[in-house]
Structures are given as C-alpha cells and as structure tokens.
Design a protein around this ligand. Sequence first.
Ligand code: HEC
Ligand code: HEC
Length: 452
Amino acid sequence: MDLKRLIGPWSTRFVAFTAAAALAVPCAVVLLVSRAAARLEAQRAQPFAALPGTFDEAVERNEAELMSSGRQIFRFDTFGDERFWSDALKLHQAIASGVSPATAFAVGLKLDVDMVPRTILSAIANRAIDLNDPANTVALIDAKAVIGVMPGPGGARQSIGLTCALCHSNVDDSFAPGIGHRRDGWANRELNVGAIIALSPDLSAVANLLQIDQATVRTVLNSWGPGKFDAELFLDGKAFRPDGKTAATLLPPAFGLAGVNLHTYTGWGSVPYWNAFVANLEMHGSGTFYDPRLNNKDQFPVAARAGFGSVRQGDDGITARLAALQFYQLALPAPAPLRGSFDARAADHGQTLFNGAARCSSCHVPPLFTEPGWAMHTGAEIGIDDFQANRSPEHRYRTTPLKGLWTHQQGGFYHDGRYPTLLSVVQHYDQLFTLRLSDQDMFDLVEYLKSL
Ligand code: HEC
Ligand code: HEC
C-alpha cells in the first residue's frame, strides 16, 4: 500500500476539513451574533416589544394602563362632584330648564364630534335642530358629547358633574366652530366658567363658604368673564384686585408640563399636588387632601374656616386616580405651531435675541422655557404687583413655560391677561430691563414666541 498516496489525500482532506471548520465556526458565530444584534436593534427601534416575562414587559403594560385610564379620568371623571354641582347648587336644573345649545355655545362649551349622536349631527348640518331648545342640551350631555359636563347615573335631568376637560380642553372645530375632535390640555379661553356657575339656582353653598349673600356671589361670578376662573377665591375670599378688577386668572393650558417642577401661576406645587387640590377643593369631588399651609388664618381665612387643610371623605374617589391622571397629563405635548403661522426668518433672529441680548432664557430656559429647579420670582423681579403672588404660599410667580403659546393668545398674557398681546409683553420686558430693543427686534422676538 502506498502510504504516501493514502496519507496524501487524507492529509489534504484533513487540512481541507480543518480549514472549512475554522471558517464555519466564526461564520456561525458571526451569524448568531448578527441575528441577536438585529433582534436587539429591532427592539430598540420598537420600544413596545419587550420580551415576554421580562420586567420590561410589566413596565409596558403599566404604561399602557396608566395612559388609557389617565385619559379616561381627565375627560370623563367627576370624582363624585355631582354632589356639589347638582345636589347643592342644582346646576342641572338650570341646564334642563334654561340652557339651550345656543346658550351653551355662547358660554364657550364645546362638543366632541365623535360623541354627538349621528342623528343630532346631521340635524345640526341640515339646520334641522332647534338650537333654542334646552332638551337638546340635555340630550347632548346624556351622550357625553358636551366636553367636561357629565350626566349623573340617572341622566342629565337628574344630575350632572364636571371634569378636568371642561377648562383644559378644546376642539379642532373640524365639524363647525365649537364642534370637533378633542384637543386635551388646550386651554378653553372662550369658556365663561363664572357665567355657567352663576346659572345655578341655589348658590347658598358658595355663599355660606364665603360668608356673603348669594347676590354678591353672582356679581363676583359674573365679573370673571370668558377664559378665567378664580381658584384662590375659595381660600381667601378675595374677589377683586386692589384696582377693582376681577381677581380671577386665565385658564392655563395643561399640556407641555413634563419636566416642569412647579405648577399654577404661583407655584402651589407639582402636577399631582394641584390635581388633588383641584379635584377636592375646586371641583368638590370626594377625596382626601392634606396641606397645612391652608390653616393659615391670615392668608387663607376661608380655607382655614372650612378645614381645607385636611380633607378626609369616607368614600375617596380621587387618591387612586392621581397616578394615571398625572401620567396622562405629562404625556400631553405642547402642540407645534401651524405651518406659515409665523415668519421663520424673523423668528431665527428672535431666538438669538431671546437667548442673548434680551436675556429671556435666563428664566425661560430652553427647551422647557422655565427654570429647572425652583422657578419662582417675586413680582418686583418681573415688574408687576404682588397681589396674586401673595394669594399663594410662596408669595411668588412661577416662570411660565412658553411652549404652545400660540394656542392661547385669546385673553392675553401673564396670569391675569394684563398684557393683551405678545408684543405688549415684550415691550414690558424692554422697559423693565432697559433692553433698548428696536421695533424690528421686538417684532422678531414675538415671531419667535409664536414659533414655540
Ligand atoms: C373650572 C375650571 C378648571 C377646572 C375644572 C380644572 N382646572 Fe386646572 N386650572 C384652572 C385654573 C384657573 C388654573 C390656574 C390656577 C392658578 O394658577 O391659580 C389651573 C391650573 C392647572 C394646572 C397648572 C398648569 C401649569 O401651567 O402649571 C394643571 C396641571 C391643572 N390645572 C390640571 C387640572 C386637572 C387635572 C383638573 C381636573 C382634576 C383641572 N385642572 C380642573 C382651571 C380649571
Ligand atoms: C426674571 C425671570 C424672567 C425673565 C428674565 C423673563 N421672564 Fe417671562 N415670565 C416670567 C414669569 C415669572 C412669568 C409669569 C408672569 C405671570 O404670569 O404673571 C413670565 C411670563 C412670560 C410670558 C407670558 C406667558 C403666558 O402664558 O401668559 C411671556 C410671553 C414671557 N414671559 C416672555 C418673556 C420674554 C420674551 C422674555 C425676554 C424679553 C422674558 N419673558 C423674560 C419670568 C421671566
């Protein structure tokens, strides 16, 4: 046997085999690794695809749950406040007997086009509906189509309740003015909250709280005007500013608040703080609330008398809803400006001024447009009086986040709307900080503000 001939091919085969194996193993490894990498990549691109059984999956389930129940609460939850608006104030009676759809539109109420029954929608389109008949308002409330006004368990003729969406939602007017898809978080600056509450036949609950007569309560409510509400009235009983004008403040947007530390014009607290405050003390839902700052008799005589510093209702319908409500609110983005709604070149220059010579960004720090941290300033620092600041525990104004300013130009700017236009706000700062901006600079700054 020719060994050489035998070994020859064997060794060749062996070498070939080893070579092939040497190549195949790394190839397989590369293949496996690249497949795993592709899977990771796919997961990264698609963050909602957690592997089953992982904690990531639990997080995603939680997120989806908070989001959907938060939206539901924001839009539809009354926290049991029917007890106040209907049992005490009897607002439902006023609506059923005297609020036609025409009146409802006139006081700024909005209709969710996706909830209006089809028959009513086509009747509106064909002008075949009597907009002067209160029965149609009741039908719309029963269909949950009137934003922020909910029918009670026995229907709107029996009772109604109010939700967060009343003041902090708007519609896109897609069907008609005042009728469209919901825009949660947008301030309803047409809504005349005072006029709506003043419709109530029995205001004794408010009168007793404030220790004034019902006629005076009505005068105060009617002094607010559209787009305003006075959250502090029920704490300190101050209805008018020293100059005699209403002490009510503008309804702010409730979007674009993620990353912002303190809320309300005067920085009462965080989003869940304020949500608990409003649901308990303003909407008069049934829950638990604790803030001993309200026991200060000198600053908050009404609240101290009423015990608002520690509210403990047996049937707490608020506390369990705070997490989802906060989550949903923080998810609401500030809407981007409409195409062509501002002069882009001017806005570019305005941005340079905002971050430079005009010194705006020292307080309105982009991209939050408020200070990270404790964003609070005295009236003197921003060149205004302290009246509203002094109605809050910190006696200061919070730097307003500016994104989405373009959505709430109606009603003016600053907490009480004292500056009717963005230009007048800029002129105020120009004087206060002796910025010596030219007319063109001020125009450009305004265009920048409109672009946020
Ligand atoms: C009757 C109208 C009205 C209703 C209903 C209402 N709010 Fe408000 N909301 C206001 C007003 C007015 C302010 C400003 C108060 C202030 O600064 O003193 C405000 C402030 C806020 C802020 C602070 C915004 C910011 O810029 O920091 C948030 C958040 C908010 N409301 C959420 C809610 C939630 C959640 C609900 C339901 C539980 C609710 N509101 C119900 C009128 C209303
Ligand atoms: C010292 C801090 C500070 C500086 C500097 C500052 N702001 Fe403000 N800004 C505030 C505070 C605080 C408020 C809230 C005032 C109120 O509601 O009464 C505010 C409110 C505003 C508002 C009204 C927002 C609204 O929704 O009503 C606008 C607009 C604004 N600032 C723009 C500017 C511009 C433009 C500049 C630069 C020229 C500037 N700010 C500089 C602190 C500041």
